[in-house]
Design a protein around this ligand. Sequence first.
Ligand code: 13P
Length: 378
Amino acid sequence: MPRKPIVGGNWKCNPKTLEEAQKLIGEWKNQVPLDKRKIDVFACPMMPHLLKVKLPMEKLGISACAQNCSKTGEGAFTGEVSAAQLKDARVQWTLLGHSERRTKYGETDEEVAEKVSQALAAGLKVVLAIGELLDEREASKTDEVNERMLKPVVAKVKEEDWSRIVIAYEPVWAIGTGKVATPEQAEETHAAIRAYMAKAVSEDVAEKVRIQYGGSVTVDNCAELIKKPNIDGFLVGGASLKASFMEIVQKSTPPPVLKKPKWSKITDLNPTTKGFNCMLKCTKAAAQVEGTEGVFEAVCGDDTGMCTVSFRNKDLCDICKEGASLRMQNAAVRMVKGGYMRLVVDKWSAFKPADEPVDFEVKTSNDVSSVEYELVES
Ligand SMILES: O=C(CO)COP(=O)(O)O
């Protein structure tokens, strides 16, 4: 099973006003809607904004994510927000272990692991950020640092709870610097993280855990990065404060899988046929049905039989001329008065000239539209 991509926007301590935060969500709303079946998206506004923009964000299919939570529960802990309080505020996700928390506020690997444990116990989902400093990369210690950060988390988390954790690999030298890791550098490190997870937890968790890349991700570099097999999405900082964040989401969404149409024959038609695809030749040109306001009918067939085709789109009369080769997709049978079949072309169907003339003679002796169907109680 391929992993579902996940893209998050970490707004950090931005923007300055609630109005700006709301405006940004409004700008996202004007972009192409995201397809929740194919991609998970979250955003992390700072706490007072989070609770205000949560609902408008959720309406767009974007989950609310906190930027941090406490390693302790409720009580005399001034300045802290507990995991259970986040959950109670209907926040589903929290980011933990961001490098700015580790380097600027002195969070240790063990404290981050304790926070992960608290968050999971409260029923939250976690984005766990890890990543090396520039001098650690230069000393070839990238994998060692990532393992060091993961180890205390692995020790605290039950195997089944890894389904609620996303790992965000964010090399510190790439954060806010405009110096993005190359797709090869990121892929190599993601693969190493996965290999460590296989060894330290299980093959199954390693295969399923999603690993985001973060650090100077933009609209321009995300498409190349997402092509790599071990990169499952992004944690975006600066570029998530722009309307174009939604373009990053779009570019990270898997393209639609185009199914080959199944081609059928006129003899396959029955009163319940839907999604009918067929190559046809027109034997009687389209004309308006007398007594109707804009219903047109033509007769078309193949080498197995013919059927009356019905549509409301007048433009189709131009292609539906006697002898024309036609390609019909996603048509459906509708029964008309008296129990006769019509092949209906509507807004969900395609009815176009065939790329090449069809090479059959229409079997005019089998007019399936002249067969009377009776409603039989079963
Ligand atoms: O820290 C980051 C996301 O958590 C990355 O920030 P930038 O995308 O601004 O480099």
